[in-house]
Design a protein around this ligand. Structure first.
Ligand SMILES: [Zn+2]
Length: 320
């Protein structure tokens, strides 16, 4: 009986009833050479069937952007797909599945790979064909680590890539994805001058619409055979009103000493904090303040720090 009541409680929980929109990102399709960025089309079909069965509405990415820009709530069953980098395997393997389900998508290309005819990447001709079924947008020219490049080098890279897109595809790209999902306040400031309609990261999350930052929209990456993660991601909501105070930059000594976060919702009393490679840790929240003496050693050059309150989540990225 208690179990039934608990399940009923879960079903009636407003967190689950009022989910948000979700954006997923894929890279390679049926390309087993790169398991960390690959998804099999068999798995992709499984995910698409799940969405179909549960009445999700697959919308073009721009529809979600328009909701955010008008400050409206993104409907809970909205899902948008993006594909990064412009790998040839999207053209040879992924595209036909998207066509079969009639699902819109946005392909973000790193222009250099196409322009220089790199073997593993789509050609301009293929991009023109792809653009009949989805949209093609901008993911930098050289796919460099913007955090480590000078202002001038970033601008040069942006201008070159945008110019080539205009030349070959004959329009001005209005959506942008950070190479490697890496950014900081300096990079954001440069990006601001380009007046994109929206800029996307690669942080697991959801899109509420009313509190989402149009220049920092969360996308969850789906790789390998992780239908389980895919379903979990669909249940996440965006945790609104999160301010990451500490750490602000990647720590030189590779130790995250303290995590300090403030939450606008003062009624929250506990949360979970995530640090890459260190999992989740439960922490207390006092009057909207989280102060956790983490003392965690980090190994990766790019790490995520996240806050979760029940099914609401917000991540940020720090890179070396
Ligand atoms: Zn990329």
């Amino acid at each position: 009986m208690t179990k039934v009541l608990f399940l009923l409680f879960l079903l009636l929980s407003p967190n689950l009833l009022l989910a948000d929109g979700h954006i997923f990102v894929y890279h390679r399709f049926d390309d087993n050479r790169y398991p960390t960025t690959n998804i099999s089309t068999k798995e992709l079909r499984k995910e698409f069937n799940y969405l179909k069965k549960h009445n999700y509405k697959i919308v073009p990415l721009i529809d979600i952007v328009n909701k955010i820009n008008s400050g409206e709530k993104v409907p809970s069953k909205w899902v948008a797909f993006s594909i990064d980098d412009g790998f040839k395997s999207f053209y040879t393997h992924g595209l036909s599945v998207f066509k079969e389900y009639n699902y819109p998508f946005t392909l973000f290309i790193a222009v250099k790979y196409t322009e220089k005819n790199y073997k593993d990447y789509v050609s301009w001709k293929q991009l023109k064909e792809i653009a009949k079924y989805g949209s093609v947008e901008f993911h930098s020219y050289g796919h460099g680590h913007y955090g480590q490049m000078t202002d001038e080098a970033i601008k040069k890279d942006m201008d070159k890539g945008l110019g080539l897109m205009k030349k070959h595809l004959n329009y001005d790209s209005s959506l942008f994805v950070y190479p490697y999902g890496e950014y900081d306040s300096r990079v954001e400031k440069i990006l601001d001058t380009y007046n994109f309609k929206a800029v996307f990261n690669q942080n697991i999350g959801a899109v509420n619409g009313t509190c989402s930052d149009v220049n920092d929209i969360d996308r969850s990456a789906v790789v390998g055979s992780n239908a389980h993660d895919f379903k979990l991601y669909l249940r996440f909501q965006e945790l609104c009103g999160v301010n990451f105070q500490q750490p602000k930059v990647y720590p030189k000594n590779k130790i995250i000493k303290t995590v300090e976060v403030t939450l606008n919702d003062k009624s929250i009393t506990s949360a979970d904090i995530f640090i890459s490679n260190n999992g989740w840790t439960k922490v207390k929240v006092n009057n909207g303040k989280i102060l956790w003496h983490a003392n965690k050693h980090i190994k990766l050059n790019r790490i995520k720090i996240g806050v979760k309150v029940k099914s609401k989540i917000k991540l940020m990225v720090l890179s070396k």
